[in-house]
Design a protein around this ligand. Structure first.
Ligand code: GLU
Length: 316
């Protein structure tokens, strides 16, 4: 029998913008899942994507979480502080022949992708493997093409099936060799998230289901790192009245805006809890009031539709 691992979860906001209601719902669920079982919850700010990090967004994300009443254990971790560790893992993967330099531009990848084929990870075209085995080193790639290279993982298996705690069985298709370090030298999200979760011994990742297609990629990286993968639970997104993912087009649904407007955090948590079927509409509550009601399997399978009037009954 394997040894039971201490339950560890994490909140991992990217400070590329302000936190909005969609983030709040997944963070509330991640918090409840861990806190309802007495586990440890970490806060990691995923600030690796330097150019996209917005000034002030780290501080405002932290304030928003505190305002909502979501706490965490230990020091706040900044992903950017792990850069040397990410670079070391990248070097190890290249050294082991599991990853390789790629000089292809996005346009070239699009042109080379034989048949138009919608990738399972957003609208990124499927990479046909043009640079796999082409260069012996980044230096050689640069000398011959005059270009900097990205690093891709050589995907050895077309699928890594897994059981999602919420979604159930997932076939785990991986669409081609994917980028683990960008051309500008920054570790890609897929690599950084795995290295950091593995190093922090995270045992449960609960997040929104827009990241579901990334999970088989991440599981493959766990294998290469020889690390135990966490359990994954992917919960439905929040969408606007038009059923599209909540975004700017739906107006300002940032937590900062509600705060400014004088909305109480208990109203937001209450609206989210009623979308989960755990309290009656319009019941204000705090995250800790929901600890006894949390039940992953009771979360509705469909996305939550948010509209200010219906969900918050705001007075003008
Ligand atoms: N930082 C990522 C995001 O905000 C989440 C990463 C994750 O939960 O795996 O989209």
């Amino acid at each position: 029998m394997g040894q039971a691992r201490a339950l560890i979860g994490r909140l991992a906001p990217s400070p590329t913008g302000v936190l909005h209601l969609g983030n709040a719902r997944s963070f509330l669920l991640a918090w409840l899942s861990i806190r309802s079982r007495g586990g440890r919850l970490l806060l990691r700010i995923e600030d690796i994507d330097g150019p996209r990090v917005r000034s002030g967004a780290i501080e405002s994300s932290i304030e928003d979480l505190q305002w909502l009443g979501l706490d965490w254990d230990g020091e706040i971790q900044l992903q950017s502080s792990q850069r040397d560790r990410h670079d070391q893992v990248l070097a190890d993967l290249i050294g082991a022949g599991l990853a390789y330099p790629c000089v292809c531009t996005r346009k070239e990848v699009e042109e080379a992708a034989s048949a138009p084929h919608e990738s399972s990870v957003g609208d990124v075209p499927v990479y046909p493997g043009t640079c796999r085995g082409r260069w012996s080193s980044e230096q050689q790639a640069r000398e011959e093409t005059g270009r900097d290279s990205a690093i891709r993982l050589a995907v050895s298996e077309p699928a890594v099936p897994f059981e999602d705690l919420f979604v159930g069985h997932c076939s785990g298709i991986i669409d081609g060799d994917f980028v683990i370090r960008k051309r500008d030298g920054t570790p890609a999200y897929q690599l950084a998230v795995v290295v950091d979760d593995a190093d922090s011994r995270v045992t449960e990742v609960l997040r929104a289901d827009d990241l579901l297609p990334s999970t088989p990629r991440q599981l493959l990286l766990y294998r290469h790192l020889g690390a135990v993968a966490p359990d994954f639970a992917h919960v439905p997104l929040v969408v606007g009245p038009d059923q599209r993912r909540l975004a700017k087009r739906h107006g300002d649904t940032s937590l900062a805006r509600y705060r400014r407007q004088g909305v109480a955090p208990q109203q937001i948590i209450g609206a989210l809890a009623s979308s989960l079927g755990w309290v009656a509409d319009g019941t204000p509550c705090r995250p800790q009031d929901l600890l006894d009601r949390f039940d992953l399997s009771s979360i509705p399978r469909e996305p939550m539709t948010w509209d200010d009037d219906g969900c918050l009954q705001l007075e003008d």
